[in-house]
Design a binder for this molecule. Sequence first.
Ligand SMILES: Nc1nc2c(ncn2[C@@H]2O[C@H](COP(=O)(O)OP(=O)(O)OP(=O)(O)O)[C@@H](O)[C@H]2O)c(=O)[nH]1
Ligand SMILES: [Mg+2]
Length: 675
Amino acid sequence: MQKNFPLSASSDSVKRPTELVWQALTFPPLYLSIGERCESSTKDAGETMVMKRMPERSQRCIVIGTAGHIDHGKTSLVRALTGVDTDRLPEEKKRGISIDLGFAHMALPNGSSISFVDVPGHERFVKNMLAGVSGIQAVLLVVAADEGVEPQTREHFNICRLLGLRQGFVVLTKSDIADVGQIRAARVGVEELCRGSFLDGAPIVTASAMTGTGLENVRQGLAELVGRIEPAASGRIVRLPVDRSFSVKGFGTVVTGTLSGGSLSTGDTVILHPGSRPIRVRGLQVQGKSVTRAEAGERTAVNVAGIEHTEIRRGDVLTASNRVEPSRRLAVALDWLPEQAAHSGRERFLVHLGAAEVSAHLKIWKTDAEDSRFAQLWLAKPVMAFPGDRLILRRPSPADTVAGGTVIDPFPPKRSKALEAVGRLLQLLDCSLGERIQILVEESPAGLLFADLERLCGRPTAEIRQLAEKNGGLLVHAGLPKQKVISKRWIRERQSKLVTWLSVFHKQNPSKAAAPIAAARLGLSEEAARFVFESLPLVQVNGDGVSLKSHHPQVSDAEAAALHKIERRFQLGGFAPPGVDEVLKETAADSRKARALLEQLIKQARLVRISESLVFHADVIAHIRTSLAAHKGRRFTVAEFKEWTQISRKFAIPLLEYLDRASVTRRDGDYRVVL
Ligand SMILES: Nc1nc2c(ncn2[C@@H]2O[C@H](COP(=O)(O)OP(=O)(O)OP(=O)(O)O)[C@@H](O)[C@H]2O)c(=O)[nH]1
Ligand SMILES: [Mg+2]
């Protein structure tokens, strides 16, 4: 039976032991009760999970991050709004600053709710701030009214802008200690900072966490903000970039993060990356409550089974898809901050993606001296990245944010020339998923499996299949053991090559009925070759041989006589044909030669192969087809069929199976139905 999380304590009623190190859990009240010790590990890394179902909760539940310079009042504002002090580390208490991420939540009167991610403002902890803001849907830019815009106001704002955030507003805090002139100056500074950005024209609310003045306006602003936020996409591959991993007594390992799409249910098996380790979801909490399902965009705490909390680190990723995998090389479009020169060469950067921080170097694809937009990132360790993911590039020393980036291709070709690479990235940059599928399939020499496409596109197979099937330029080949998508253009190109090759083969081997597929496949896999051959109207595939339909093998007088003899044997056999081996033996001393003659007759449709060892004359099959066609819809048993044809059971069963395959009849239990 599934074990529930403790539901007894509420955040404010619990007096937590001082040794609690990581109280800044997503939903501390439910995981922690008096005396429980919670340990944590917070280091690097990744993301993911596949979405399947629609949300079961009707209320909106969104994640908002704070941003702003050190000491500007972010934590105080969150506490005034939620009653939760997100500074929980002893060191945070001692130093009076936030060091790591803090979490709190509040309910809005309309039933919606907000999860706050409170970030530290200190310049040394921007890396922690980055682990928190990757999952937020809106920002509260907090600026102390008495100080105005400061360096980390700017850096945090830039990070939010570069991550592609679209919603948020500004709170000028500490209004109780700022005079009118300071407030006006702070407002002007903020307006200047935000000009032309997603916060241009956003409300600038003046408030004091100390006196409570203006907090009602902040609440109102939050309620309006929630209404403007687009719901996170369902039906996507879900990733849970882990920003925290800790252990709760009696429950074991709990990890937290923001689900980036889809849903996660208790009992699901998820895969931990890096390492591709499957683990089971024992329990889930969202907004401080145990739930059976967490949805895209929600701050989620996941109780996982069978793994120590120290084995999961900040930046690791949970995913429900076993087809996606982390990558060490990313093709990206970069947006450099104006004051930052374009970089390349040996300089190392820190890449922040999801909750991960990874060292990397850059290769910029320069097509002219000015252009440093497109680049390839070589990462020190793999990260789970999907096309369209945003990332931040920082210089480690002196620490500074230098650029934002968008992942264009998480698995780019290893080698290519700058012009080629840029041309390709420009194509992929703004394309739809359908166009991306087409580009990727056309690039690959023999088509792509759906599993490959899921990995390359970061989107679920069901969505990819739908788009591939309705794309006139692509062919979904169902005949292979694993379904593959092949471009029709590619087939057409191969078609002309194959036809040329076959013409040459027939010219050089005029007496051979067909070329072996293995020899004709022109560097393709046998599966792909067979698929191409079968799709060509000019070409005929027969067993292991392939030939042009227009080809008629030249035969000597002796061969013509042998052909006649073989055909005659099957014709005379009628419904009781002779054994293939027996006929071959009679025909020629050289068994390969005899088989080639038989194959020739099959190719010419004088004989029909029913199974490997059973061949009928074409007239017999034509006779059966005509006789059955006159009884459309008629049901009959094997015994009846035997009676009509006077055929033995040995031949009747394979013959009927052949007729089923040829859609002349359909099996229905003990009966056949004439189609
Ligand atoms: N007078 C006054 N003081 C405030 C107000 N808000 C915060 N403070 C004080 O400012 C100091 C810093 O507040 P915090 O809320 O910790 O600031 P922060 O932005 O979270 O700081 P970091 O997380 O370290 O970046 C504390 O001493 C607060 O008591 C306010 O509205 N009025
Ligand atoms: Mg703080």
